[in-house]
Design a protein around this ligand. Structure first.
Ligand SMILES: [Zn+2]
Length: 401
């Protein structure tokens, strides 16, 4: 189809921009650019088949203008009803952004102090997920790599509701008072204290499987225990307790997010002994689909008793280049029967290839990096989910167990 620009209207010129040859693959190019336009693109093809070229060009031009201006908005504003989880790289801190099928958002932790991590989280939220605000924000515990970014983040995007495991008084040496004060200011002292057994109510779409976020541990208390009186005793032949962890890690909020049969566990920085109480003698969590490795994959966490009881199909380690993702944790994860893949935010540069997952499943290879993220997206029927590593062009789909 030859096209003489001087003899045609602007509508036809727009159409000609898309149609310069008569191959169907060229007609489908707009679909590649705007994936939501498939029905229109198919219509474009049938119009060309049924009309003379000049008439077809006019019709297609009008349709393209409509599709570009009205239908083909960026996906962020016309999002599908998937449950999306973004694992934002905060260089060994934590920031996990959940966007529900109803478009509600929940951020778990805010990375390190300063502008870098807050900027990365805000970019993921606004530019990738298309959010205008964070609806819910959980601080799993008070360490700086989890709560440090919240004050700068609130200058970049609004945060509506705040949740944590409760204030510490007196403030222990492993918690920075200035970060707690910054948090108190941005939350205007109205944060909700989460306790084991609490739920954060998320809007659900009645046409889709139920969505539920349940807190399983908080402030050192595991579901079913009374404060100060752990009901669940250490058990299991192979259990070897570690010295009691008096840091704020052991008080991390741990929760299970379920969407239909899909289950995701985020335990913050829980450590060995508390992890054990979550699964022994009663397994209060598993089995699950996706495990965000506890404590960035450090080996004072990720007790094999917990990991084996969760029996995840997939693990995602939010490690840094030189923090977390340690060999013992890696071996524990690899030893889980049925585990299909491990994803890492960073290659652990301190260990060998054998102690890192496949390079295609690692978002950032070098210490000096751009802070690439990993995204997990559960289909609206909650039967399958896809994990993508945009920096590597990796996309893998898994069945919900
Ligand atoms: Zn941490």
């Amino acid at each position: 189809m030859r096209f003489d620009q001087s003899k045609h209207s602007s509508v036809e010129r727009i159409a000609s921009w898309f149609i310069t040859t008569e191959t169907l693959s060229e007609y489908r190019e707009p679909q590649r650019l705007f994936p939501l336009c498939e029905p229109l693109c198919n219509l474009h093809v049938s119009v060309v088949r049924c009309f003379q070229p000049r008439a077809a060009l006019s019709i297609i031009g009008v349709m393209l203008m409509l599709s570009v201006t009205v239908v083909c908005q960026p996906q962020a504003t016309t999002r599908s009803k998937t449950l999306d989880i973004y694992f934002v790289d905060t260089e060994g801190g934590a920031a996990t952004l959940i966007v529900t099928p109803a478009g509600e958002s929940l951020l778990v932790d805010s990375g390190n102090p300063g502008e870098r991590d807050a900027g990365r989280i805000a970019r993921a939220a606004k530019e990738v997920a298309g959010l205008k605000q964070i609806d819910h924000y959980i601080t799993t515990h008070w360490h700086s790599d989890h709560v440090g970014g919240i004050a700068p983040l609130t200058r970049l995007i609004g945060v509506k509701r705040f949740y944590d495991h409760g204030p510490r008084s007196p403030i222990p040496p492993d918690v920075k008072p200035e970060l707690m004060e910054a948090y108190r200011q941005v939350s205007q002292g109205k944060a909700t204290t989460l306790k084991a057994g609490d739920e954060i109510k998320l809007k659900s779409n009645r046409a889709l499987p139920p969505l539920r976020l349940r807190v399983l541990a908080a402030d050192g208390i595991v579901l079913g225990e009374q404060p100060g009186a752990p009901q669940i005793q250490p058990c299991g032949k192979e259990f070897v307790p570690m010295p009691e962890d008096t840091s704020d890690n052991a008080r991390s909020v741990a929760f299970l997010l379920s969407f239909g049969d899909f289950k995701f566990f985020d335990g913050g920085d829980l450590t060995w002994n508390t992890e054990h109480r979550l699964v022994c003698p009663a397994n209060l969590v598993g089995p699950i689909d996706v495990f965000q490795a506890n404590h960035h994959g450090l080996d004072i966490s990720n007790n094999p008793a917990l990991v084996q009881a969760l029996a995840p199909r997939l693990a995602i380690i939010n490690n840094g280049a030189r923090k977390g993702g340690e060999p013992r944790t890696f071996a524990t994860l690899k030893g889980v029967p049925g585990l299909e893949a491990i994803f890492q935010l960073h290659r652990n540069v301190r260990t060998t290839e054998a102690d890192n997952t496949s390079p295609a499943f690692v978002a950032n290879d070098e210490e000096s990096c751009k802070g690439e993220f990993v995204k997990l997206s559960v289909e609206p029927n909650a039967k399958r989910y896809t994990v993508t590593v945009p920096s590597k062009g990796t996309s893998r789909t898994y069945q919900v167990r």
